[in-house]
Ligand binder design. Sequence first.
Ligand SMILES: Cc1ncc(COP(=O)(O)O)c(C=O)c1O
Length: 325
Amino acid sequence: MPIITSPQEFNVDDLYVDLRHVIDRPIYLKCEGFNFAGSVKLKAAAAMVEAAERDGALTPDSVIVESSSGNLGIALSLIAASRGLKFVCVTDPRCNPASMRVMRALGAEVRVVSDKDANGGYLGGRISHVRNLCESDGRYVWLNQYANRNNWMAHYRGTAPAIDREFPDLEVLFVGAGTTGTLMGCARYFRERKRPVTIVAVDAVGSVTFGGIPERRMVPGLGTSSRPALVDESFIDDVVHVPEPDTIRTVHALASRGFLFGGSTGTVVSGASRWLDEKYPGEDPVAVAIAPDLGERYLDSIYEDGWVREHFGDVLSDAAGILGD
Ligand SMILES: Cc1ncc(COP(=O)(O)O)c(C=O)c1O
């Protein structure tokens, strides 16, 4: 019976959904949404705060500031609350209203920056706002998830060994790329151990992380409009880019089988399924994909018919078509 005193102590790290009855492929989907922050970002948040405290960068007077599309902000909100620290989350209009409400309920200040950067995204505007805050007052501490090595270290020490324990014969690992913390931590772990695991990064069409052309993206979590400093392609074997309509169709297909996942899980599962169809036709290598969060936060967006129609038209008319038996 786990008994905890702070919220970050609890995290389910050994739950997998076998997707063979959903998409006709035995991909094992590692569920990262079962903790008090509701997402994989709890690990990065905890590692970055612990390291900053250890280094003396964070003191009881500090105000943590971070740019986040939602999930890291929620994770930092709960860690700051549990440690009695203040936290300011700088986000943009694509952040789910539900995520903003969760952060505020946990005592965080949420600032929404609507300035678009040269690539038509919001990341540049968010980062400038963070930099300005830090210049204005020395109490602000920016953990900088885009460049902080503790972001990927959290997965190098936690997520990847957890997968390795359960799947010693793993052949392919699919990881979505946002800051690329999850991806780089897992990729470095398997590469350094010289394991024959093919690491496939899954990104959204319209993201520039792996050199794509910037385009409008509506689903938060994956993809960037500025290349993250953590990314190092020499550790990655392949990259799949998933169009957002496929993301939407896939999350709805999963939901129709009772699994309500977040948007980026739709991207990862869609990319994994397409990659396996291309590279392993008629074969089933041991494959794991990572599901970063669950679906409740997206009830007003990807699970809302009006929102889906407004942004993606009639995309759901054939959602059932991607289901397996
Ligand atoms: C829903 C969701 N999916 C995927 C990611 C990407 O994770 P990472 O930043 O480790 O690349 C994030 C990051 O915020 C996220 O919130």
